[in-house]
Design a protein around this ligand. Structure first.
Ligand code: ATP
Ligand code: MG
Length: 576
């Protein structure tokens, strides 16, 4: 992505706020002009008051000075505030855009991209862009105006001296050029090392139970220390360059200053200039020097901001793989049958995970899917709500291809209860009501009741208002499962995808989860990936998947009598 494209896109983001932006620029212009006026005022101050001993000027100038500072202060506030406002507004909007865009991505995108990376895009990179917009865009403009105005002042004071100093100003900027490249390199390294520090923190904290169980505290501590050391080294390199750059600039500036004093002093002694002119000139020169020193910092901020903007825009350009076709109709309420025809599916690699799947499931049927681990059961279930698109064949719901209907209308009709229960760090009632339109207290309570969750919820200190911790860590496994069952009950979608957890619960918990599931399956068309014998026996039909194919199909009794794959699985999993 070229710098020009990045700039155009940033510009387009600012465009809606152009009036505020222009006002900020106008205020910046005023600040710059008033700074030049301050330098100019040194001349009457010295010449009239200190040399001519003029009492009128003595009475007026102090007031003029206060007035100047006050007006400048007003414009400064205006400029600073408006600029921050525009910058942070853009950042807020960009964050929301990025967040929404990430959530439009298909599941495979999330499988390929790490959480830490996405968080870093939304949090760190966007802050870096904000730095570019506010500090740089207008900081640079203000400094630019200021330099121009001050140049006018020094030329007005003494053009010969002005020419002499114009020769020295660029020389003072030499260290900036010299160190610029090194700064960029070091700052990129600091960024990378910081990202690695965060990822170690993230990993080791989320993995705390494993760290403890395997007593890896020392190992993690060493890993972290090494990484923090790498960051320290990069930071110190940066500090080293800075510690040299600054005095180097001062020394070159000092030499220039000495020359100017020598030359200026000669002019004053010869009577070609007044002391006021000379000091006014000097004040302006010192003020010009400040923004020039700032250039190196602005340069590194721009470099970082651009790199961040490229990362953010690239992510924003990542197409959402699974979307509704334009104008796709809504899927009518499901009534008749789900038909899978000649389905073939693979993830990224070319190895097919599911092959030649043909299956018709009439409304109201409970279909159990069984098969060895890794055979493709969860994959098949994930295709019905179109979490992935298939490579060959079709999935029809009431004779409409799921790729031809509006995605939201499809997913509204499918409830998914997954192998891993996914809960949010929020209250129990918000977790149950997640994704449902009906959110009245009674309905949430009824859902909890039908999911056999009411009893344990009521025993909690704050009942339905209890916050359950990240991923529901403050609940037991069985309680978590019953909460996600309650959520699916409340959503009340006609199609249910149930990926039973393999982890065995204790018998009491197991029985409650089982009863909750029975309530959930009532009056629904259910695809259940079954690990429990009771679920399998309750199913209307069982399919056995092996290596991505349906190898057997029928009722429990029929399949047992067949003496094939199902019989083998059955004796492996359920026979004591
Ligand atoms: N996101 C993914 N990207 C690539 N391959 C995947 C992905 N998810 C699963 N697979 C692969 O697809 C195959 C089928 O996985 P799937 O999760 O459907 O198995 P399963 O039958 O549900 O197994 P289990 O009973 O253990 O849950 C496995 O070989 C797995 O490695
Ligand atoms: Mg699975």
């Amino acid at each position: 992505m070229s710098n020009k494209i990045v700039l155009t896109r940033l510009y387009n983001l600012i465009l809606p706020y152009k009036y505020q932006f222009m006002m900020a620029m106008f205020a910046a212009l005023a600040v710059a002009g008033l700074s030049a006026a301050q330098a100019y005022m040194v001349k009457p101050l010295l010449d009239k008051i200190f040399f001519e001993k003029n009492t009128f000027y003595l009475a007026v100038l102090p007031f003029a000075l206060v007035a100047l500072f006050t007006v400048k202060g007003f414009f400064y506030s205006l400029y600073y505030y408006l600029l921050e406002k525009v910058g942070h507004t853009v950042i807020r909007i960009l964050r929301i855009m990025l967040f929404n865009h990430i959530h439009m991505q298909s599941l495979s995108f999330f499988h390929k991209t790490s959480t830490g990376e996405l968080i870093s895009r939304i949090v760190n990179d966007i802050s870096l862009i904000q730095g570019t917009i506010t500090t740089v865009v207008v900081g640079l403009l203000r400094d630019f105006f200021q330099v121009i105005f001050l140049l006018v002042v020094i030329f007005a004071m003494n053009w010969k001296l002005a020419l002499l100093s114009l020769f020295f100003l660029p020389a003072a900027a030499l260290p900036i050029v010299k160190f610029g490249k090194a700064f960029r390199r070091v700052s990129t390294r600091i960024q990378e090392e910081t990202a690695d520090v965060s990822s170690i923190i993230h990993e080791s904290i989320t993995g705390a139970p494993v760290v403890k169980a395997f007593t890896m505290e020392k190992y993690e501590s060493d890993r972290f220390s090494a990484q923090v050391m790498a960051l320290f080294k990069a930071t110190m390199k940066n500090a080293k360059y800075r510690s040299i750059q600054h005095p180097l600039m001062e020394i070159i500036g000092g030499i220039g200053m000495a020359m100017i004093i020598w030359f200026g002093g000669k002019e004053v002694i010869a009577g070609n200039a007044t002391p006021g002119t000379f000091f006014s000139f000097l004040a302006a020169l010192i003020m010009i020097y400040e923004p020039i020193k700032g250039v190196s910092k602005i340069n590194s901020t721009v470099q970082q901001g651009f790199a961040a903007a490229i990362r953010v825009f690239t992510l924003l350009d990542h197409p959402a793989e699974i979307t509704s076709k334009p104008g796709a109709p809504d899927l009518p309420i499901f009534k008749q049958e789900i038909k899978i025809k000649d389905l073939q599916f693979n993830y990224d690699e070319d190895i097919p995970i599911l092959k030649n799947i043909n299956l018709t499931v009439p409304a109201g049927e409970i279909l159990a899917i069984v098969g060895p681990s890794g055979s493709g059961k969860s994959t098949l279930a994930n295709l019905i709500p179109r979490f992935f698109d298939i490579q060959h064949g079709s999935i029809l719901i009431d004779n409409m291809d799921i790729r031809d209907v509006n995605l939201k209308s499809l997913r509204d009709q499918v409830s998914v209860v997954t192998q891993q229960t996914i809960l949010f760090n929020d209250t129990i009632s918000h977790n149950i009501a997640y994704g449902s339109k009906e959110q009245s207290e009674k309905e949430i309570r009824d859902a909890a009741h039908a999911a056999y969750a009411l009893q344990f919820i009521e025993q909690l200190h704050e009942g339905f208002d209890t916050v359950i911790g990240e991923s529901g860590v403050r609940l037991s496994g069985g309680e978590r499962q019953r909460l996600s069952i309650a959520r699916a009950l409340l959503k009340n979608a006609p199609i249910l995808i149930l990926d039973e957890a393999t982890s065995a619960l204790d018998t009491e918990s197991e029985r409650e989860v089982q009863k909750a599931l029975e309530n959930l399956m009532k009056n629904r068309t259910t695809f259940v990936i079954a690990h429990r014998l009771s679920t399998i026996k309750n199913a209307d039909r069982i399919i056995v998947i092996k290596d991505g194919r349906i190898v057997e199909e029928g009722t429990h009794d029929k399949l047992l009598a067949l003496g094939g794959e199902y019989k083998a699985l059955y004796s492996l999993q359920f026979q004591v």
